[in-house]
Design a protein around this ligand. Structure first.
Ligand SMILES: Cc1cc2nc3c(=O)[nH]c(=O)nc-3n(C[C@H](O)[C@H](O)[C@H](O)COP(=O)(O)O)c2cc1C
Length: 448
């Protein structure tokens, strides 16, 4: 019996020794693993053994306050993912890079090269950088406002796509007798002049195996969703409640259609943190262990980053409500809405809210047996809330290993997740076409 056409797509969101803010305090955690390449090689191998679609690393080019409370993204995501391409052969490789604190030529060059060296597994998670503090590291007076950041991001993507398309696939003729390595008319200038960038092009790198590396994006605000719907192949989002996930799914697919795209080629991957036990009680006990190790100082600093409100000194065991965003301006608008929604749909004490955010800053948390975790995944997948998930393992490597060994076989038995990789490239794993190059001007120099 052939597998249903629509399959669940799974990405692993990796962060040093675990996504849970207290994972490093677990007795079994080796804190030195934070900068140990062997640790990351092991994680990549586990994910590839599970036949996951991709692994992914975030990017925050700043050491945040309260970073004494937990390890953060301690290695440059692009360099790390490039290193992992050498110990894997099929799994997709997603690195995050900012459109606010980079330039298009540099980014186009790096990701096209990664696509060549990984034989077609490169992907770029496009962010405008959520952390205002990063501005000071790049000589900016201020962190540009979201509107400006997203306007720059759209032009940035246009230029990057144009550079990735600057070589025809068959530009290299390699005519040794005739002495022609590349056919000049098969390479194209860009001559882009725009409000943010002037880029002549072409790129010096031949068109890569996937044509263009896969684009991921995680915008949830109005400009964020528009950018995602217009350019992204896959979209990460934080949705703790299925109704909101269904609304986000329908909204972004409709925007993609409005941009003339086939909505089935835009995959929505909500985040999913998970605590897996032999019984439900065991799973909740495991979660309790993590949450008992959380440091309120870190939780309060994170809540302040999201909402702009400092709850330091407040009674942790008193109920808390987060006002709607219109009254208060934090920098992470959609995450603010999420926390406001959480405290308006449930009565939570400040401590409970901090614990809820400790596993993944507001992403969905599933706690239970492998069957129960698989049930949640299938429910969202089959009810218009997700095309797959961005897995957020609380502790690494253990949570990822347990998921691969205990949850994936259940999804396979339902024929909703691949037994093995059919293709070689990330686009093939995601069921996405190889994009044709856009229309371009010839590169041929004036001399000819
Ligand atoms: C799964 C996921 C991963 C993200 N990774 C990063 C990251 O690495 N760096 C970053 O600056 N922002 C990251 N973000 C934040 C988004 O880029 C975006 O700023 C956030 O979702 C808020 O959306 P908005 O900018 O449209 O308000 C991530 C968001 C999600 C959901």
């Amino acid at each position: 019996m052939s597998a249903p056409t629509r399959q669940i797509h799974l990405n692993a969101f990796l962060r040093n020794v675990g996504q849970h803010e207290a994972a490093w305090r677990l007795p079994e955690t080796d804190v030195k693993a934070v900068t140990d390449i062997e640790h990351y090689r092991n994680l990549a191998r586990i994910a590839e053994r599970g036949k996951l679609d991709a692994i992914f690393f975030a990017d925050h080019p700043v050491l945040k306050d309260r970073s004494q409370d937990r390890p953060w993204d301690s290695l440059d995501p692009f360099t790390l993912i490039a290193a992992l391409s050498g110990v894997t052969s099929r799994i997709g490789l997603v690195a995050t890079a900012s459109t606010t604190y980079n330039d298009p030529y540099g980014i186009a060059r790096r990701f096209a090269t990664l696509d060549h060296v990984s034989q077609g597994r490169a992907a770029w998670n496009v962010v405008t950088t959520a952390n205002a503090e990063a501005a000071a590291n790049f000589g900016f007076e201020h962190h540009p406002d979201p509107q400006e950041r997203y306007a720059r991001a759209a032009e940035f993507l246009d230029v990057t796509f144009g550079l990735w398309d600057s070589w025809d696939d068959d530009a290299i003729v390699g005519d040794k007798d005739g002495g022609t390595f590349v056919e000049p008319s098969a390479i194209h200038r860009l001559d882009h002049v725009g409000p943010h960038f002037r880029v002549a092009g072409p790129l010096e790198i031949p068109r890569s195996p996937q044509g263009r590396p896969v684009i991921f994006q995680a915008g949830s605000s109005e400009p964020g969703k528009d950018l995602a719907a217009r350019y992204a192949d896959a979209i990460f989002t934080a949705q703790p409640i299925i109704d909101d996930a269904q609304a986000f799914y329908a909204d972004v697919k409709a925007r993609a259609r409005a941009f003339g795209r086939d909505p089935d080629t835009v995959l929505i991957l909500p985040g999913l943190s998970f605590f897996i036990g032999g019984t439900e009680e065991e799973a909740f006990a495991q979660r309790e262990t993590f949450e008992n190790l959380t440091l309120p100082t870190y939780g309060l600093a994170q809540l302040k980053r999201i909402t702009g409100i400092d709850f330091t000194g407040q009674d942790l065991d008193a109920p808390v409500t987060i006002p709607a965003r219109s009254e208060i301006a934090g920098d992470q608008k959609s995450r603010h809405d999420l926390v406001h929604r959480l405290t308006s749909t449930e009565t939570l004490t400040l401590r409970q809210l901090l614990r809820r955010l400790s596993a993944g800053r507001g992403h969905r948390i599933a706690t239970g047996t492998p069957e129960q975790i698989a049930e949640t995944i299938v429910e969202w997948f089959e009810n218009g809330a997700a095309d797959g998930f961005n897995l957020i393992p609380p502790a690494l490597p253990t949570s990822l290993e347990t998921f691969v060994e205990e949850v994936l076989p259940i999804l396979r038995a339902k024929r909703l997740f691949r037994e093995d990789y059919e293709g070689r490239t990330l686009r093939e794993h995601l069921g996405l076409e190889r994009p044709a190059a856009r229309e371009r001007a010839p590169f041929a120099t004036a001399a000819e």
